[in-house]
Design a protein around this ligand. Sequence first.
Ligand code: AMP
Length: 188
Amino acid sequence: MSERNLILIGPPGSGKGTQAKRLAKRFGIPQIATGDILREAAASGSEAGGRARSIMERGHLVPDDLVIDIVRARLAKEDCNPGFILDGFPRTTGQAEALDAILREQGRGPVRVVALVVADEELVRRILSRGESRADDNEGSLRNRLEVYDRETAPVLEHYRSALVEIDGMGDMAQITDAIVEALTEQR
Ligand code: AMP
């Protein structure tokens, strides 16, 4: 059986985490959310975790090396054999290039990249009304996260031009999942 290697990219508030969970379940592959892994590290009280926490709270990106090491180790685990869905990585073109190298090293098949598209005003509205709020869900941090997305992460879409499907992220959660699944099956 061929692997299903997916990357989900979208700005903060685009529903990326929700869709990653739903796709992981649908396809029986693990969701690898670098934000979740970093939040766990921050909560553990380790030195690297403490450094990551203050960066995350301000809405900036933690250093590439740190997340690249996390992802390399995570992808080497056996539960990733049938594939994986990366949620929140890569966020810079440097990370995308490192991921290409990791996947080559590990002898993995090609990736498909799903980009969720949501208008800026809707992102701000969604995040500031999020029921379960995070330490980085305040207005200053959110502004940074949106800027960082436009400046650092949007160029990653260009890196994956030929593997990319863009999905409208406005509207019903279940319908968006169906649209993603359909787009992924259509093109292969
Ligand atoms: P997220 O839960 O995906 O919104 O990530 C929360 C925060 O974790 C981000 O705002 C960054 O500070 C940090 N983070 C998560 N993934 C990455 C990544 N791939 N590169 C750098 N920082 C990251």
